[in-house]
Ligand binder design. Sequence first.
Ligand code: MEV
Length: 309
Amino acid sequence: MKAIAEAPSKAIITGEHFVVHGAWALAAALPRRVRAEASPSEELTIVSDRFPGGDSRALAPVASVVRAVAKELSSTPRVRVLVTSDIPEGSGLGSSASTMVAVAAAVARLKGAELGPQGISDFAMAGEREVHGRPSGVDAAVCSRGGVLLFRPGIPPRAVALQGRRALVVAFTGTRRSTRRQITRVAGVKEAFPGMFRGLAEAASEASLAAAERLAEGDMKGLGRILSFNHAVLSAVGASSPSLDRLVDLALSLGAYGAKLTGAGGGGSVIAVAPRGKEKSIVSGLRERGFEAFRAEIPVVGVRSWLEK
Ligand code: MEV
């Protein structure tokens, strides 16, 4: 008997970094997924396609999630977990949160418990804190719930209902980066310039509320303007990089309404929105210039788990 769980990846549409300091963020689950298979074993073993040799330091946070779930369910953590993923790691698309969420859901299912999305993201946070230091929780929340969420730390996330399906363009700079380092860098800007930072955090928070409305209505032109605005705010606190700025400019020159870095920045990915039907030609243009890019339709369901013989 084994339990399987699949969790989506994510894009932060607006408000990353500032959400760590209390602002609203808007996030969407994306179609790429992590799959976790949990089965009973003699000892706790984590196997990942990312670390074929079994990098024990990299996999320790995943083991923490298994232990936390087993402890909560008064059960043993003697489980073998196999993790496979099609999310580029360090790309800003939620590889870590999606892994923790899928593992929490698979282990709970193996133990006969069906945790709701809040329970799953709470357990995923045990691993997320080890990886990132001081995450806001937005990544785990959206990877477990799916859909589109307005998220602010300390209050329940708000699901944003879309009137129809929407498309985002996602492109990877090819440069991986550490979320932990980026969070520390932005926190340093807050410490150096608290008043200026407060103003920017308010702007990012407003951007998230406005972006949720535009996205729900399907006003992609308005959403695009907000994305570009938010990219400038993120650049002001040092979250961007020359390669991200170039990729944003490239998406705009190919006809996007607006574009920004997504996630921790410093490398990783950008998202762009475009006139309906234009996304495919933007993706082709980005690929022709050597970038990994794809069109992502939202909304996407959250984590799912099931048992198999
Ligand atoms: C990373 O996807 C988003 C950040 O805001 C960190 C966090 O919220 O935990 C950079």
